[in-house]
Design a protein around this ligand. Structure first.
Ligand code: PLP
Length: 399
């Protein structure tokens, strides 16, 4: 008889849940989770097939609907987040799209903070209106703007916190109250905070989405995403979209990401500790015009960060004196830290948002979001912080 680890979210601490939660073993009793690399499932007879399809037998039917390895990933992260249900997707963008599409129909209205990852902003600003869903973008740090933007037909509020790349903090509990009074669903993209430092559902959000591509994998291998929420909404609104439009996660990615979850607390704690050291170092340098790190008291929303986050961040942003030219010179002088637009990786990665991730939104939108030409975003990895600091120091000298 195979021994399975049930979700122990009632009693297990997060680190234990991330190693054991959701494990389902085959009769061989393997230690590491099995990759069920299969499209379909065979049935003992025609009656058994009928029972699966009409729901009398809750087993698997087809991997576009659900798959045992993907289900292990969903159960593990569901237990960590304290959510009733989860659906894994092929990428973070598939998760964001799924959460929004499952919340609207033609004639509805969405309010979102304008400081969004570029593709998220494209869905809200460009894609939804094409299908008859109005959207309003506001300054997410201003609660009055959320209140003023809500209309009788508003069905979803959407935000990320900390934001990409300027690490603004939005008061999730306060926006959740506004969503509740409006009868709308609050969707939080929790990528930058990670599930280790922020639990939006516990702060009153209705839905949390992740790009599992980032810290959950954490080693730059595969893309993935997940939508977490209550059972009824996932069953009634999310599942039909998953079944009929096919944004599902592959079993192989689910296996990689299950392994990523096992080490997530250790990696994120170490990365945030190093990020804090680098932030303190940069704050003391004259050539840095502005340093933004949610774990420091000089962060513009430090009080909200302390209230809703249990750690600083693995990410920091800073503005070089001398604009784009200085930012490029600094970036090109780095040896250890790599230039890449990804984040949450074991390798420290730096990007110049104005010419990469936020190039397409245009100069006016960048100015509105405080993304000047001198801003750099650093995702701190697992290297020894002493090596990272000496790389940064020699690059600053080169500038
Ligand atoms: C805040 C945020 N949300 C969503 C995504 C999209 O994730 P993916 O690249 O896995 O589709 C990203 C990717 O960078 C992101 O930074």
């Amino acid at each position: 008889m195979a021994h399975n680890d049930k979700n122990g979210s009632q009693t297990w601490q997060p680190a234990t849940q991330l190693v054991h939660g959701g494990t389902t073993r085959s009769p061989f009793g393997e230690t590491s989770e099995t990759i069920y690399l299969t499209q379909g499932f065979v049935y003992a007879g025609a009656e058994a097939a009928e029972a699966r399809f009409n729901g009398d037998d809750p087993g698997f039917v087809y991997s576009r609907y659900a798959n045992p390895t993907v289900a292990m990933f969903e159960d593990r992260i569901k237990g960590l987040e304290g959510a009733e249900a989860a659906r894994a997707t092929a990428s973070g963008m598939a998760a964001v799209n799924l959460a929004l599409m499952a919340s609207v129909k033609a004639g509805d209205h969405v309010v979102a903070a304008k400081a969004l990852f570029g593709s998220c902003r494209y869905i809200v600003e460009t894609l939804l209106p094409r299908f008859g869903v109005e959207s309003t973008l506001i300054d997410g740090t201003d609660l009055d703007q959320w209140k003023a933007a809500v209309k009788p037909n508003t069905t979803a509020l959407f935000l990320e916190s900390p934001t990409n790349p300027t690490l603004e903090i939005i008061d999730i509990a306060a926006v959740a109250d506004i969503a509740k009074s409006a009868g709308a669903r609050l969707i939080v993209d929790n990528v930058f905070a990670t599930p280790m430092f922020q639990s939006p559902l516990k702060l009153g959000a209705d839905v949390v989405v992740y790009s599992a591509t980032k810290h959950i994998d954490g080693q730059g291998r595969c893309l993935g995403g997940v939508v977490l929420s209550d059972e009824d909404w996932i069953t009634d609104e999310v599942m039909p979209l998953v079944k009929h439009t096919g944004p599902h996660m592959s079993p192989f990615s689910a296996w990689v990401l299950l392994k990523g979850l096992e080490t997530l607390p250790l990696r994120v704690a170490r990365q945030a500790e190093s990020a804090g050291q680098i932030a303190d170092f940069l704050a003391s340098r004259n050539s840095i015009a502005r340093l933004i790190y949610p774990g420091r008291d000089d962060h513009p929303q430090a009080e909200i960060a302390r209230r809703q986050m249990t750690g600083g961040s693995t990410m920091l942003a800073f503005e070089m004196d001398g604009g784009k030219e200085a930012a490029f010179r600094f970036t090109n002088a780095l040896n250890l830290i790599k230039i890449s637009n990804n984040l949450g990786d074991a390798k420290s990665l730096i990007t110049h948002p104005a010419t990469t991730t936020h190039q397409s939104i245009g100069e006016e939108a960048r100015a509105e979001l405080g993304i000047s030409d001198g801003i750099l975003r650093l995702s701190v990895g697992l290297e020894d912080p002493a090596d990272l600091l000496s790389d940064i120091e020699q690059a600053l000298s080169a500038v």
